[in-house]
Design a protein around this ligand. Structure first.
Ligand code: UDP
Ligand code: MN
Length: 273
């Protein structure tokens, strides 16, 4: 059964993050999601990359900060630090869908997670740094132009306490922490690979149930060097733990088996003739 009015949504503002988005999309497909896949891209994403994206994603939607010059946008343009935040908010404009799950391009699913669509806006998992805030790398939402404009208005008036989308969304959906426990996704739906080490016994107990891994922070899988022969990650400067490395290897395995062939295919089409 396929559900055409619900989608997983991600965002990529450049070709580098697209590598993550392709792994995410393929991980959802490999685990047989019955939902559509949509990606927001900005003008910087190359035509070639868009072609590859459209072989994985049902919808590749270009979003541009400068396109719609209403007063709220102008106010936001005075805050360049909110640029990426602004771009993420565009997910609320995908009104061809009735319900969506946003996932950062640095996440991947380890199993089918379609049950997330049983949840309501705004459902998300706690942030490991401050658990009364939700982490905005994975969240359930309902596209709505009204909500979109209210979010823009809020951003223009109040900014974001962390300079990013997470601060803004937590202020806007400020009753998340206290009002409805069904909107708290279990941590296994947004397991930040770096937080594994802050509570090792819990990871030993529950880690094997992980459903979504999130490569939060500055070390992204695509910025690590990977040796496919030895199936190992060459560390450079960063001290990554054993478990973090294992997740990065998993990301690379998906990249090599499911994404590289697509990229190679389009290299060839470009060369032909
Ligand atoms: N993103 C992007 N381009 C950027 C930075 C971020 O497209 O230059 C998107 C991408 O989907 C990414 C999300 O915004 O996953 C949030 O950023 P990131 O994952 O780097 O933040 P973290 O989760 O590490 O806090
Ligand atoms: Mn992220």
């Amino acid at each position: 059964m396929s559900v055409t009015d619900q989608a997983f949504v991600t965002l990529s503002t450049d070709d580098v993050y697209c590598q993550g988005a392709l792994v995410l999309g393929q991980s959802l497909k490999n685990h047989r999601t019955s939902r559509k896949l949509a990606i927001l891209v900005s003008a910087q994403v190359t035509e070639r990359m868009r072609t590859v994206l459209s072989s994985v994603y049902d919808d590749v939607v270009e979003v541009n900060v400068l396109d719609s010059a209403d007063t709220v946008n102008l106010a936001l343009m005075k805050r360049p630090e909110l640029g990426i935040t602004f771009t993420k908010l565009h997910c609320w404009t995908l009104t061809q869908y009735s319900k969506c799950v946003f996932m950062d391009a640095d996440t991947m699913v380890l199993c089918n997670v379609d049950e997330l669509f049983d949840r309501e806006e705004l459902s998300a998992a706690p942030d490991s740094g401050w658990p009364d805030c939700f982490n905005s790398g994975v969240f359930v939402f309902r596209p709505s132009l009204e909500t979109y404009h209210r979010l823009l208005q809020y951003a223009a008036e109040h900014g974001s306490f962390d300079g990013g989308d997470q601060g803004l969304l937590n202020s806007f959906f400020s009753n998340w922490a206290t009002t409805d426990i069904s909107k708290h996704l279990p941590f296994i739906y947004n397991l930040s690979s770096s937080s594994v080490y802050t509570y090792i016994p819990a990871f030993r107990q529950f880690g094997s149930d992980a459903k979504v891994i999130h490569f939060l922070g500055s070390t992204k899988p695509w910025s690590c060097k990977y040796n496919p022969q030895s199936q190992s990650v060459t560390e450079e400067g960063t001290a990554l733990g054993h478990q973090q490395l294992a997740f990065i290897v998993l990301w690379w395995e998906t990249f090599i088996s499911s994404v590289l062939p697509l990229l190679a295919e389009h290299e060839n089409t470009g060369d032909a003739g």
